[in-house]
Design a protein around this ligand. Structure first.
Ligand code: M6R
Length: 588
């Protein structure tokens, strides 16, 4: 969840590190810190807040030295304070560490270190690593041996980078990503390729427990026993420019608007990849689809689409619940994991558990170099470019596009997705032009305590996704409800002060959901209809274009995303960086 970066090379480290942290800030934005080495001294500067403001206030830019590390934090252990911000130094200030992950046994380790005379300045689990390195180096005096010893004692998932006062930069990982970037003038060690992609596209993805050491002008790699190893250099392909927000006020707004194009990229799958992906799916005795948050909503929608068109029965399971239903999974099962980042800990854990049973793993990811893609027997990419806003928008419609492309292949191309691409793009263009309408609705909803969104069949996952967008961007309580379930309980919540949104384009659910809208209206509530046709039951109406009914989900989510964005602005919330959240949730 945190971002970590280390640099050693011919340039000044601080400006490079600040830029890297800015690009990776979506991973956590509670606090930020930098350490550089100058004339054999470690200089540390850190504070609570976002990269731009802390960096400006503390003058990061002017920190001297060509070696350094940096960190943005998403707090897990210890409050959001300056003391808990990384980097953390050991007692003698000869080593400083930035860490991402959770050291599960830090209490025991800390207790032992304190009894050997170490004193701690923070409440974090991470600080133990700095003291352990210091302790080990006093015994073995060799950084690789010290790393081997320290890593062998750590329990939990981690990636960390340490900088030593003699100018050595080292990093290691276990179940958290750590990637070495090789540029013309030096080396980066980063939790994300975005940390160095502006400087180089040559990367080494470290294996679990690998140790990377940059000493002098060279990079050395070791395995967990300290034996020298070689790892392949990968060329990373990415549209860098797309990570900027351009003329838009926020990344989230830009990413919502980009959907007119990105929705098509997910449908453009390489035929060979699509065939091998579908072949694995077709051979499965049982198919489980897993994901977290928005990606779980894609999984839920995939269940309806696969069933309706490809006649394949699948079971969607939240990744955080997956290990508790493992009993069903065996070597004839296929797990389809959906994840924008490909680094979500719950998803990776599900996949690892599944692999242990011999099940095959398919995935749909946005980042083709991610841990999930690497763990998969076959994967397809969403290809929507970097998504910086913490709330998933274009990656959601991108995931749906891949699901439609897979379904089309599975049903012998009877869906005809390729011939519908232009129509899909212009339908999205049409709903994007409804932005003014969503601004007016935001005014109407901004003072409510609760917002309900109803949908049936294909529209139910969209109701859940719309509610998630409103929750995370606006901090209002929003609930997606299966329309037919209303009378089984939630109707009790409705009174004359309620406003209920109803997703109801013309398809085989239309009449039932219209009846539900009437039932709500007769309790005095107001109704906002999202539909292809107006009706007297709607007090407010968002008119979406008539379309191929199976494809409605791609279209109807867009006004809900715009509404959540504009509600956030009305409530003075930062839509790009919602409080308490991080984009990549790499802890359990
Ligand atoms: O990278 P992933 O798709 O695996 O992320 C899963 C969730 O953490 C993510 O969808 C989260 O719910 C978003 N903030 C939703 O907008």
């Amino acid at each position: 969840m945190c971002s970590i970066i280390g640099y050693k090379g011919a340039s000044y480290a601080a400006p490079l590190i600040i830029e890297s942290l800015r690009r990776m800030e979506y991973r956590g934005y509670d606090s930020v810190g930098i350490a550089t080495i100058d004339a054999g001294n470690i200089l540390v500067s850190k504070g609570v807040g976002k990269v731009a403001e802390v960096s400006r206030a503390l003058g990061f830019q002017k920190m001297p030295g060509q070696i350094g590390i940096g960190h943005t934090r998403w707090a897990t252990h210890g409050g959001i304070t300056n003391a808990n911000a990384h980097p953390h130094e050991a007692c003698t200030s000869k080593v400083a560490v930035v860490h991402n992950g959770i050291i599960e046994n830090y209490r025991e380790l800390k207790r032992d270190l304190i009894s050997s005379g170490h004193s701690f300045k923070s409440e974090t689990d991470s600080e133990v690593i700095a003291h352990m390195l210091e302790e080990s180096l006093s015994v073995v005096q060799d950084k690789v041996k010290a790393f081997v010893k320290v890593c062998s004692k750590l329990k939990g998932a981690y990636a960390f980078v340490a900088v030593f006062s003699d100018g050595t930069l080292c990093g290691s990982r276990y179940d958290e990503p750590l990637i070495v970037g090789l540029s013309n003038d030096g080396y980066f060690i980063s939790s994300d390729v975005l940390g160095f992609l502006q400087y180089t596209d040559k990367a080494i993805f470290l294996d679990n427990k690998d140790i990377a050491v940059v000493a002098g002008e060279n990079l050395y790699l070791y395995d967990s026993d300290g034996n020298a190893v070689r790892r392949e250099i990968t060329q990373v392909a990415w549209e860098l420019g797309a990570a900027d927000k351009g003329a838009y006020a926020h990344h989230t707004l830009k990413e919502i608007h980009e959907q007119r194009k990105t929705v098509l990229s997910g449908m453009d799958q390489n035929e060979k990849d699509l065939i091998s992906f579908c072949d694995i799916l077709l051979q499965a005795k049982s198919v489980y689809i897993t994901g977290s948050g928005t990606s779980y909503h894609s999984a839920l929608l995939a269940k309806y689409i696969f069933a309706k068109l490809a006649k394949i029965r699948t079971e969607p399971i939240l990744s955080s619940e997956f290990q508790y239903v493992l009993d069903f999974i065996d070597k004839d099962s296929v797990i389809l994991a959906i994840s924008q980042s490909g680094e979500t800990a719950d998803v990776l854990n599900s996949v690892k558990h599944a692999k242990e049973t011999g099940a095959k793993v398919l995935s749909i990811v946005n980042i083709s170099t991610s841990s999930l893609a690497r763990l998969s027997d076959s994967f397809l990419t969403v290809n929507c470019g970097p998504e910086v806003g913490v709330a998933a928008t274009k990656s959601f419609t991108g995931q749906l596009s891949v699901i439609y492309a897979v379904t089309d292949r599975l049903c012998g191309y009877s869906l005809g997705i390729v011939s519908k691409k232009q129509a899909i793009a212009s339908a999205i263009e049409d709903v994007l032009s409804l932005e003014d309408n969503t601004i007016k609705l935001a005014d109407l909803l901004k003072d409510l305590r609760d917002i309900y969104i109803l949908g049936k069949s294909l529209h139910y996952p969209i109701a859940l996704e719309g509610a998630l967008k409103i929750k995370e961007l606006t901090y209002l309580h929003a609930e997606g409800i299966a329309a037919g379930e209303l009378k089984h309980g939630p109707l009790a919540l409705i009174d004359e002060n309620s406003i209920v949104m109803v997703i109801n384009p013309r398809d085989n659910t239309f009449n039932d959901v219209l009846s539900n809208a009437h039932e709500i209206k007769s309790r005095g509530a107001k109704i906002i209809g999202i539909s292809t046709e107006p009706d007297e039951v709607y007090d407010h109406f968002i008119n979406i274009p008539n379309f191929d009914s199976i494809l409605y989900p791609l279209i109807e989510i867009v006004p809900l995303q715009l509404l959540a964005y504009h509600l956030a602005l009305k409530k003075n919330a930062d839509p790009d960086y919602p409080r308490n959240l991080a984009k990549s949730v790499t802890v359990k």
